[in-house]
Design a protein around this ligand. Structure first.
Ligand code: C2E
Ligand code: CA
Ligand code: CA
Ligand code: CA
Length: 276
């Protein structure tokens, strides 16, 4: 048993070293990913529950690594954040996605995920303004998604930045609601236009958890009085959509409706876009 223990430990050390080398390599590769055109944007629609119209597309970053294939943003965004590459990647995505969104009907918004480090960069406000003016996208069509974790302890400086962006017409969505920081306290501190209920919460509510359902009901009631939309994300089955609809969610996103895709489905020809 002793030998086996030592063996296991040695294997563990070796595995750890392998993983660290792996990560270091990934870090290096990520630095060149943009210039090598390995980074792309996928778009996933969000639907109005009543009309089935597309309200918005969420931009999701994709990295196609030459050897590893597709690397998940959940894996490379944290690496990008440690290396301050997130600013470069985030700025690129914002410009790329705004330039794409300007071709869509004016009623369709663009949602972009923003990490805390991006917000903390003093150039962030200027970057957003630049992306909007370069593309010609109207500011009211841009929604920035901030996770609960960011908003949970919002410093005054960030609060001010969010205020400044709101003042020019950009709106905000609270992402991953219910993923761990569930508190209604901070929601009225910020003027979100949308609250996105985390997939885990959607699952538990749909599976009949009275606890989860009570939280969703409370959020919906608060959101309604504050003029916010409540979206359910990660919907994979019709019964989940039904359950969330019954609880008052008015916006749906998930594989059941549409997966993220490299191109946006053809838009009705009779609708006008910002740029003619
Ligand atoms: P998120 O913002 O919560 O995005 C939703 C994630 O759920 C996406 O994963 C999406 O592809 C996936 N998804 C959508 N519908 C379903 C469904 O029905 N079932 C399941 N199982 N998954 C579904 P993705 O694209 O891998 O992104 C993961 C996370 O990476 C995002 O979570 C977001 O936090 C982050 N991320 C993605 N793109 C960016 C970006 O451009 N900037 C920043 N800062 N973060 C990003
Ligand atoms: Ca999101
Ligand atoms: Ca989310
Ligand atoms: Ca998430």
């Amino acid at each position: 048993a002793k030998n086996q223990g030592r063996g296991t430990y040695a294997t563990y050390r070796k595995e750890m070293r392998g993983r660290l080398e792996d990560r270091a390599q990934l870090e290096t590769d990520l630095q060149f990913a943009l210039q090598r055109d390995e980074i792309t944007v996928f778009y996933q629609p969000m639907f109005d529950a009543a009309s089935s119209q597309i309200l918005c597309y969420e931009a999701l970053m994709r990295w196609t690594h030459p050897d590893r294939g597709s690397v998940s943003p959940s894996d490379f965004i944290p690496i990008a954040e440690e290396n301050l590459l997130i600013d470069e990647l985030g700025e690129w995505l914002l410009k790329e996605a705004c330039a794409e969104a300007v071709k869509w009907p004016q009623t369709v918004k663009l949602a972009v995920n923003v990490s805390k480090l991006q917000l903390m960069n003093h150039r962030f406000f200027a970057t957003v303004v630049e992306a909007l003016s370069a593309s010609g996208l109207a500011p009211h069509r841009l929604v920035l998604e901030l996770t609960e974790a960011i908003v949970f302890e919002l410093e005054d400086e960030l609060q001010q930045l969010i205020q400044n962006l709101s003042d020019i017409g950009v709106s905000f969505a609270l992402d991953d609601f219910g993923s761990g920081y569930s508190s209604l306290n901070y929601i009225d501190k910020m003027r979100f236009s949308m609250i996105k209920i985390d997939p885990e919460f959607v699952r538990s509510s749909a599976a009949g958890s009275l606890n989860s359902q009570a939280v969703v009901t409370a959020v919906v009631s608060m959101a309604n009085s504050l003029d916010m939309v409540v979206a359910a994300e990660g919907i994979e089955a019709g019964d989940q959509a039904d359950a969330m609809r019954a609880l008052g969610c008015t916006c749906f996103q998930g594989y059941h409706f549409a997966k993220p895709s490299a191109s946006v489905s053809p838009m009705p020809a009779n609708t006008t876009s910002d740029r003619q």
